[in-house]
Ligand binder design. Structure first.
Ligand SMILES: NC(=O)c1ccc[n+]([C@@H]2O[C@H](COP(=O)([O-])OP(=O)(O)OC[C@H]3O[C@@H](n4cnc5c(N)ncnc54)[C@H](O)[C@@H]3O)[C@@H](O)[C@H]2O)c1
Length: 329
């Protein structure tokens, strides 16, 4: 079946996903194609972690009909040309991670702030209808939980500050010929999670019998959000009856790191060796999302609770480590 413009009906809508080789961007892109979007991805395979992981995700995505990829830095590319004909830009490219941001502030400014400025400017010039921006719970800092979008942001790391600056730019662009929404993601997990993130590091250590490094006393709590739930909320944001607004995207419950270790012990079937280190700079005590706005505007209800999602992540990691062992044998 074809639409009046000659576009096959199954790809009735065109979009761009920046950061499409990333953990969340690759999951989102796969979902969008399944739902009938034609996806142009952009990624620079930056050195924030082993670029091979990004190249593998991009190669897997390239096998999916309806996707294409532009390799390059958002700051250097002719974005208006790439965005031409796209209805929505899902802007997920960025430099994530709190701890490295203290030593690499320039990189964070480049990938989060300058890149977002370029995306917004090009989206306006190309006639894109809407930009959906991947913001972060880090904009709240050590605020009162549960975090509500109306609270005054108070980031405590360069990462959080650059995400907030880009979010403010995004929201300010609403009404200048663009619709914009900023989604504040809360610690995203699941298969494919970034190698620098706690849940992945804990599981890798546990599966190889190495000590699990714990910063602090383990009572800090996180609102872990399953990656497929995040992708669903992000897709819904394309058509949300809102613009110029930030919306929390959380998992619906906060879990302490001590609870995480209980789940992990059961999944690996052994006791964990725990190497306790002092609290890390930039780490907040609690993150917890108020999801009222997400429910109302995105119809969002998280579907995968922590234990079930972590089981899938650990199983993905076991397969991955098994394949790596076979290759090295
Ligand atoms: N993972 C989380 O828990 C989490 C939580 C809150 C917010 N976020 C935000 O969601 C987004 C995606 O996070 P992720 O965990 O998938 O990270 P990721 O590092 O796996 O993905 C980001 C991708 O963006 C690309 N990129 C970075 N700078 C670029 C540039 N200048 N030009 C082109 N490509 C560039 C990277 O190469 C990478 O593939 C980020 O913006 C992050 O700040 C993530």
């Amino acid at each position: 079946m074809e639409s009046a413009s000659g576009t096959p009906e199954r790809w009735a809508r065109r979009c761009v996903v920046t950061g499409s080789a990333g953990f969340i961007g690759s999951t989102l892109s796969t979902r969008l194609v399944r739902d009938g979007w034609k996806v142009t991805g952009i990624d620079a395979f930056t050195d924030s972690y082993d670029p091979v992981e990004k190249v593998v995700r991009a190669a897997n995505l390239a096998r999916v009909a309806g996707t294409s990829l532009v390799v390059g830095d958002l700051v250097d590319l002719d974005l208006a040309r790439i965005f031409d004909g796209a209805e929505v830009v899902f802007h997920l490219a960025g430099r994530a991670g709190v701890r490295p941001s203290f030593a690499l502030e320039d990189r964070y400014v480049h990938d989060n702030v300058v890149a977002t400025e370029r995306v917004l400017d090009a989206a306006r010039r190309a006639g894109v209808r809407r930009v959906v921006y991947a913001s972060s719970s880090s904009v709240y800092g050590d605020g009162d939980a549960p975090f509500r979008e109306a609270a005054t942001p108070n980031p405590i790391s360069p990462y959080g500050r650059t995400k907030l600056e880009a979010e403010l730019q995004t929201l300010a662009a609403a009404g200048t010929g663009l619709e914009t929404v900023a989604l504040r993601y809360f610690t995203v997990f699941g298969p494919g999670q970034r190698p620098d993130m706690g849940l992945r590091l804990f599981a890798e250590a546990a599966l190889t019998g190495r000590p699990v490094t714990l910063f602090g006393d383990g009572t800090q709590r996180r609102d872990f959000t399953y990656v497929h739930d995040v992708a669903a909320a992000t897709e819904a944001a394309a058509d949300a009856p809102a613009s110029g607004m930030a919306i929390n995207v959380g998992g619906g419950a906060d879990v302490s790191l001590l609870d995480v270790f209980d789940v992990l012990r059961a999944l690996v079937g052994t006791e964990l060796l725990i190497d306790v280190q002092p609290f890390a700079r930039g780490d907040v005590r609690v993150t917890s999302a108020d999801l009222t706005r997400a429910r109302e505007l995105l119809g969002f209800v998280p579907e995968v609770p922590f234990a079930a999602g972590y089981e899938r992540q650990v199983s993905w990691l076991r397969d991955r480590m098994g394949r790596a062992m076979e290759l090295s044998a």
